[in-house]
Every structure is written in C-alpha cells, then in structure tokens.
Ligand binder design. Structure first.
Ligand code: SAM
Length: 272
C-alpha cells in the first residue's frame, strides 16, 4: 500500500516528529554514556529520517544508510548533500534479507520501522551481532500505534471513521508483514541480544496543527484510502474522499480539530 506516498510521508514524519526523534536519540546517547560514536548503521534507512537525527546527535559520526530501494537512497543522498552532510553519509543499496550487512564494526546500529519489513529478521540479527563493535548498541523502533489525526466524531458520516480505517490497515499490514506485532523483546533475546531497556515514546501534537503537520495527515490518510479503501463501506469511502478532496468544503485543510496521536516502542540491546 505504498503508492507514491511513502517517501514524502517518511520525510514529513521526520519533520513533524522532530522532537520525538530527538528524545529517542537523547535516550540512546544516555545509554552510550561517554563512549565515542564514530560509525553508525541505519538499517532500512528510507529517506534518512533516522540518519539525519543521528548525525545531528552524534556530531563525530558517519552513518552507513542501508536500504533495498535505490530510489529511497537517491532521495536520502540528495537530502544529505542539500544539508551539507554528504561526506558523513554512506548510502548502501542492500537487500538485507538476501545480502550481507555492510561491513562493521559499528558503534551503534539503528532500525526504525524497518525490522518488520524483513522476511528474515533472525538473519539480520545474527549478522548484526558480529557487525557491532565491542560495547556497540542496537536501537530498534517500531510503531506501537500508527498515527491518528481525526476526532472520533468529525461531523460527517458515522463516528469512528479513522479507527475503522486503521483496523483494516492493521490487518493488511499483518498479512504483508507477519512480524509487525512481534514480541521484539523476546525475539531479540532469542537471537543473542540482551535488552537493556524498552520503552514507549508517546506522540501528542494538539490541534490546531501546523501546515506541514496537516500535510502529514493528508499523506497518511491518502495512503490509508489507497491501501484500505476497497475494504471500507461506501459511506466511509465517501467520507474519506470528502476529507481528502483538494478544494471541497470538508477538506482536511479547512479543519481546526486535527491533532497527531501516535506511539512508538523502542528497544536498546547489545550482543549477549
Ligand atoms: C517504513 S520504511 C522506514 C524508513 C526509515 N527507517 C524511517 O524510519 O523513516 C522501511 C524501509 O525499509 C526498507 N526495506 C524493506 N525491506 C528491506 C530489506 N529486505 N532490505 C533493506 N531495506 C529494506 C524499505 O525500502 C523502506 O525504506
């Protein structure tokens, strides 16, 4: 259900949730203490949301940004040069299910919203154990709750639209990515890692949203419409279309009641 929206959605995610990302990298830095961080691996880097947050937190570091998608890496590389960070980013096109991890040793590895995409996470974790430097850490983040933007009753159609959309999307995600709701703590432990800490980072941006956050809502709900729309009732589809219309009176941009509510689960682990 990625359509053409994924790259823009990932960029907006990084921009709108910059404070959240900063809180996560600060938490990781706390675990690293005074160890210096020179080499970082971003697994499934996408458009570089994590890569740039890590470069900003660890100012001596270079990030190897690994992703299977050439277009994601091209986008990430362009952004790195636009920000004057080209020399600190090493893009590597690699299908982590089939090919070896980029060579380490890495002081820190990061995987945000990417491990559930791997069809063989055990393989990736086994390679990661040897790619990490002594005392190296693995930080992993997955969605606990996918972003919600609408109030329950939007004054159009039947209340609960977004919950129904997300119920369909959650089911489809689980069909495509069977590990999406894994107990990652157990999975990490069973694959030779010690989980040092696990916690939830809540995200709550109140109404009214900034223009860029409303754009994030539009792109996210457009992806839901594209991916899950056919499984919704005709009434819900029509309501979603009214919200997503560019110029109609019910378009998202005309609403002052949108907010961003989400939660992400994060783990910090090291090889046993
Ligand atoms: C949801 S995106 C997350 C991107 C980024 N980590 C972020 O937080 O914005 C998942 C990324 O994992 C990548 N990916 C999926 N399967 C992969 C694989 N087998 N090997 C490498 N990358 C993969 C996709 O191309 C995509 O860029």
């Amino acid at each position: 259900m990625d359509g053409g929206y994924l790259a823009e959605m990932l960029d907006l995610d990084g921009e709108v949730l910059a404070d959240h990302l900063s809180a996560v990298t600060e938490w990781i830095a706390g675990h690293l203490g005074d160890r210096s961080v020179h080499r970082i691996l971003d697994l499934g880097a996408g458009t570089g949301t994590g890569t740039f947050a890590l470069l900003s937190r660890f100012d001596q570091a270079q990030v190897t940004a690994a992703d299977a998608s050439a277009s994601m890496l091209e986008h990430l590389t362009d952004r790195a040069f636009d920000r004057g960070l080209g020399a600190r980013v090493r893009p590597r096109q690699v299908d982590l299910d089939a090919q070896d991890l980029p060579a380490g040793p890495f002081d820190l590895a990061w995987a945000s919203a990417s491990m559930h995409h791997m069809t063989q996470p055990e393989k990736v974790l086994a390679e990661l154990r040897t790619a990490l430097a002594p005392e190296g850490l693995f930080a992993m983040i997955e969605f606990e709750t996918f972003p919600r933007f609408l109030p329950d009753d939007i004054g159009l159609g039947t209340p609960g639209l977004e919950e129904r959309c997300n119920a369909v999307a959650d089911r489809m995600r689980e069909e495509h990515h069977p590990t999406v709701n894994s107990d990652w703590s157990t999975r990490l432990s069973e694959n030779g890692f010690v989980v040092r800490e696990e916690r939830t980072f809540g995200i709550d941006l109140p109404a009214p949203l900034s223009t860029v956050a409303v754009r994030y809502a539009r792109i996210t709900l457009s992806r839901l419409r594209e991916g899950a729309g056919e499984e919704l009732s005709a009434e819900d589809r029509a309501t979603l279309d009214a919200l997503l219309s560019e110029h109609g009176p019910d378009r998202l941009e005309a609403r002052a009641d949108l907010s961003v509510r989400s939660a992400r689960r994060a783990w910090i682990a090291s090889p046993a």
